[in-house]
Design a protein around this ligand. Structure first.
Ligand code: SF4
Length: 216
């Protein structure tokens, strides 16, 4: 279920460094996606989950956000536990995992070298994040995974970063939307104890309660 209206084409030319990296991996691994990873989920959803960027051997390989590396194991299991998905997550795009009331995207759609997009790349790709927000008419909540996703979401919603500081489990009301922050569910963060599954579940519990009590 890609949200195609807001997705860049496979050959988006806007970030020269990322285009070169993409081309390098198309040559090395022609079977991989090696292209901007489209958003995945429900356009009429009330929740948008925003990650950082595709992992080289994760979403960049499989073509679906958070699919193919550890971060997806924790994300999709937590979504299943809180009623934001059904089916079975099997780390491949043709599994039965189906988001409910939710779409998943990344602040930067192309894989960056060493998982580190530049400020310019984040700013440039924000046009597609803004587009995704604009194509979700019932959107009420955003979960921002990490500071870069948080900052980009805040700006995409027309606010200044300086007015909304990232903090795990912080909630920011911007217009009619609420942005819920979480540390990114990367293997690094979970291995180092920055984020435990319980801390991650607490954010989803907050969002579940918010949406369940939301009258709109
Ligand atoms: S990161 Fe975004 S803006 Fe940059 S080339 Fe990829 S899709 Fe285009």
């Amino acid at each position: 279920m890609p949200l195609t209206a807001s997705d860049p084409g496979r050959n988006c030319p806007l970030c020269p460094r990322l285009v070169a990296f993409r081309e390098e991996w198309r040559a090395k691994q022609p079977e991989w996606n090696n292209a901007p990873v489209p958003s995945f989920g429900v356009e009429e959803g009330r929740l948008l989950i925003v990650g950082l960027a595709p992992g080289l051997r994760g979403a960049n390989r499989t073509g679906r956000p958070f699919t193919g590396d550890y971060a997806g194991d924790l994300l999709y299991q937590t979504m299943l536990d809180f009623g934001f998905a059904r089916g079975v997550f099997e780390t491949r795009p043709d599994d039965s995992l189906t988001p409910i009331d939710t779409a998943i995207t990344n602040a930067v759609r192309c894989v960056p070298p060493e998982n580190k997009p530049t400020t310019d790349e984040i700013r440039t790709c924000r046009t597609f994040l803004s587009g995704t927000v604009a194509t979700m008419p019932r959107l009420r909540a955003i979960i921002a995974l990490g500071k870069i996703a948080h900052d980009s979401a805040v700006v995409a919603l027309g606010e200044r970063m300086s007015r909304h500081k990232f903090g795990h489990r912080a909630r920011h009301n911007i217009g009619s939307l609420s942005v819920f922050d979480s540390y990114h569910c990367s293997r690094y963060n979970t291995n180092t104890g920055v984020l435990t599954p319980e801390m991650f579940r607490a954010v989803f519990s907050d969002v579940r309660a918010f949406l369940d009590s939301d009258g709109s």
